[in-house]
Design a binder for this molecule. Sequence first.
Ligand code: SF4
Length: 421
Amino acid sequence: MTILTAREARTPEDLRHISAPMDIPDLTLGVYVHLPFCERVCPYCDFTVFAARPLDADLERRYVAGILAEMDQRHCDFGSRKLASLYLGGGTPSLFQPDSIAQIVTAAFATFAPQDAVEVTLEVNPSTVERERLPAFLAAGVNRFSVGVQSFDDRVLRKLGRAHRREECLATLHAARRAGCTNLSLDLIYGAPGQTLESFERDIEEALVFSPQHISAYSLSIEDKTPFAKAAARGQLALPHEEEVVTMMERLADRLAAAGLHAYELSNYAVPGAESVHNRRYWMRQPVLGLGVGAWSTEVVSVGAPYGARGANVTEVAVYFDRIATGRSAIEGALEVLRPATARGEAMFLALRTAEGLKAHAFAREFGAPPRAFFGPAIDACLAAGLLVESTDGNLVLSAKGRLLANSVFAQFVEDSSSEA
Ligand code: SF4
């Protein structure tokens, strides 16, 4: 099981864990736009991405036209919901021209009535060309940059197969601030090949120099069928020991807390008020419209699907173009209608990802009974192992130990979700 954020929730495996609760009156919408081209494909990446550098102008134009047509085709599925967040992820969205980004932002605001404040995030990779576009991206309506730094250590970046280097990270972050970005997030990775605790601690300090409002820090996971998985199978991928990775996670949380960034989710840290509006939607199981190849949507469906439904778009660009050009849905196959047990399991472990944890009262309101009615033995086992903390009113949060062993806690609830006929 991996992290559920806009950055990571792009594979069928991840998005199987997202559903939309129906009894909580959420009247907002998040839109995720997948822009799937990268300078090159990193050896650990299992997102829907294609190498394209430079990005061919005709391909870019056709892809943006496809996104706009798909938005137009699907907006009625989401009724009069107000736009709360727009997330332009990838891939490397900053490979797109600012004019293209402006077209998408403008169309989203014209199609969905915006809330008073809409978070508009653009993922940016550190590079010279993209750096020069940052002011124009802000002028296009973007108000949050998420910069894929990963590490400031050239040795680590090389081993990760990243196209950028430390100097480009520094220059891009300086450029983002100079351009007037006031909501800056950056991604760090830990547990990478060749990485040491000292190197990761330096990464944290370098990141803090830029006073980011938000940091996402992920432990490297080795995904099936990637070049890293094949290298690992051959015994040719030297990763830090598990204890060292755990220490990295602990140091990160301590240092960021001291710098005023609280861990509002297992892998996400923010100064108060700068938590990602879009990513929170995934943990809160709120509707997201996904546009573009490989994008997932959680649909708001009430007839015969009280817990909603979801589906993923086709993953080939040519097929996507064909579907859109002929007025057909880009969603591959039938929507998955959420079964109650699946929704209950997801409600449990997604809430447990967050610092607020699971609110027993809200769970009972949605599912008709408190968590213990469905998960009593699993909850007791986690409490006995010191992985969960339960309040007198039945609310649950991960303990410090549970945060380190979160996947084993979540597995308790995933298993339950697959048990219902
Ligand atoms: S830059 Fe990001 S999205 Fe692109 S290939 Fe590398 S990890 Fe994947």
